[in-house]
Design a binder for this molecule. Structure first.
Ligand SMILES: [Zn+2]
Length: 73
């Protein structure tokens, strides 16, 4: 996919952190989930040195591939 860490040159292994919002309804006897968003990618780190890669600086194909992979928006 052509990702590369600007710090250590790693191009194999990365950590993608996602954020997902759930709506919890507490009015019933049991808690229920009424809604959930798809996860959004909010951080992409090198798995070797944990340098943060700027997700916004990836090209659009890379961002799309990563979102598809993660089931993210
Ligand atoms: Zn690195």
């Amino acid at each position: 996919m052509g990702l590369i860490c600007p710090d250590c040159g790693n191009e194999q292994s990365f950590l993608a952190k996602t954020l997902q919002i759930h709506v919890v309804q507490a009015g019933q006897a049991e808690l229920e989930l009424s809604d959930q968003s798809r996860p959004a990618v909010f951080e992409l780190l090198c798995d070797e040195c944990e340098t943060e890669l700027d997700f916004g600086s990836l090209d659009s194909d890379q961002r799309r591939d990563l979102r598809l992979l993660l089931g993210a928006d």
